[in-house]
Design a protein around this ligand. Structure first.
Ligand SMILES: [Zn+2]
Ligand SMILES: [Zn+2]
Length: 304
C-alpha cells in the first residue's frame, strides 16, 4: 500500500468512526418521543452527514482538471527554441505562462504542475494529502463545501455529545458517556485546525484566489486579473459550471511528417498507411493531416 494513502485513510477513518459512534450510542438516547422536536436531531444529523460524505467523496475521487501531456506527434522542436515564459494579457494585466518541461506545453495562467501527481492541473489550488488528490478547477467546489459542512457537523456532534454527558453525568462510566467523551476529545482537537482552514478558504473564495496564488504571493501589490468582485466570486465558486474532463480530450486532427514515399502512421488503436504522391520526389518534408478514421484531410508540401 502506498504511504500516500495513509493520511486519506486516517481522514476517512476519523470521519466515519466518530460519526458512527455518535449515531449508534449518543443519537438514540437524545430522542424523546414525548418531545417531538427531538426527532429532528437524527434527521438533521443524517442529512448533514450525507452531505459531508458526498462532498468528501467527490473531492477525493474526482479528476481535479488534469491536462493530458502533449501528444508524441505534436512538434517537439518547441522544447529547444521556445522561451521559458510567454506573456499574455488578461483583463489588462500581464500574466506569464511557463513552459512545462514534463507535459511539453505552456501552462495556462492558473495551471500548475503537481509534483505528487506529476501532471498539470487547471486552476491548481493545492495537493491535499487528506483526500490524496489535487484540488483544482473541477473539484474545488466540493472540497470547499466539504470543509464548510464538516465544520458544522463537528460543532453539532460536539454539542449533542455535551448535552448527552450533562444529562447522564451521575455515572460517567457508562458506555454512552465514554463514547460521547471520546468523540468530544477527538472533535475538540480537530475543530480549530479545520475551522481555521475553512476560514482561510472562505477568504480565498471571496477574493477569487487559489491557495497556490495566495501562498506564492502571485498578485502581491498588484491586481488579481481573475477576481470578479466578492459576490460574483462566491457565486462562481458555488454555482458555476462543472468543467468537462480535460484528460478525455483526444485531438481530432493529427499532424505528421513524411520522409519517404510510404509511411505507416500508428495511432492509439489502429495503424494507418499513407502514400505520398509520386510528384513529391526530392521533397524533404510533407505534412499530412489525418482524421481519426485515417482519412487524409490535407497534404502540404514543405521545404520544396
Ligand atoms: Zn506539467
Ligand atoms: Zn497532486
Amino acid at each position: 500500500m502506498s504511504s500516500r494513502l495513509i493520511p486519506a485513510i486516517c481522514a476517512w477513518g476519523l470521519t466515519l468512526g466518530t460519526t458512527s459512534l455518535f449515531f449508534v450510542f449518543v443519537c438514540p438516547a437524545l430522542i424523546d418521543f414525548s418531545l417531538l422536536y427531538t426527532l429532528a436531531i437524527p434527521i438533521y444529523e443524517g442529512i448533514l452527514t450525507l452531505f459531508v460524505l458526498l462532498n468528501f467523496g467527490l473531492a477525493t475521487f474526482m479528476d481535479p482538471g488534469y491536462y493530458p501531456r502533449a501528444h508524441e506527434d505534436e512538434v517537439k522542436d518547441d522544447d529547444f527554441r521556445a522561451p521559458l515564459y510567454k506573456p499574455v494579457e488578461i483583463n489588462g494585466i500581464a500574466v506569464r505562462m511557463k513552459w512545462c518541461t514534463t507535459c511539453q506545453f505552456y501552462r495556462p495562467p492558473r495551471c500548475s504542475h503537481c509534483s505528487v501527481c506529476n501532471k498539470c492541473i487547471e486552476t491548481f489550488d493545492h495537493h491535499c494529502p487528506w483526500v490524496n488528490n489535487c484540488i483544482g478547477r473541477r473539484n474545488y467546489r466540493f472540497f470547499f463545501l466539504f470543509l464548510c459542512s464538516l465544520c458544522i457537523h463537528m460543532i453539532s456532534v460536539f454539542s449533542f455529545c455535551l448535552v448527552y454527558v450533562l444529562r447522564h453525568k451521575e455515572d460517567l462510566k457508562t458506555v454512552g458517556n465514554i463514547v460521547a467523551l471520546i468523540d468530544m476529545i477527538i472533535i475538540g482537537l480537530l475543530v480549530f485546525p479545520v475551522s481555521g482552514l475553512t476560514g482561510f478558504h472562505i477568504v480565498l473564495v471571496s477574493r477569487g484566489r487559489t491557495t497556490n496564488e495566495q501562498v506564492t504571493g502571485r498578485f502581491k501589490g498588484g491586481h488579481n486579473p481573475f477576481t470578479k468582485g466578492c459576490c460574483l466570486n462566491c457565486k462562481y465558486a458555488l454555482c458555476g459550471p462543472v468543467w468537462p474532463k480535460l484528460s478525455s480530450y483526444v485531438p481530432k486532427h493529427r499532424t505528421l511528417s513524411l520522409d519517404a514515399l510510404k509511411v505507416k502512421y500508428s495511432s492509439a488503436n489502429k495503424e494507418i498507411k499513407l502514400y505520398s504522391d509520386a510528384s513529391t520526389n526530392g521533397v524533404k518534408r510533407n505534412t499530412a493531416v489525418v482524421n481519426q478514421n485515417g482519412t487524409i484531410l490535407t497534404c502540404r508540401k514543405l521545404n520544396e
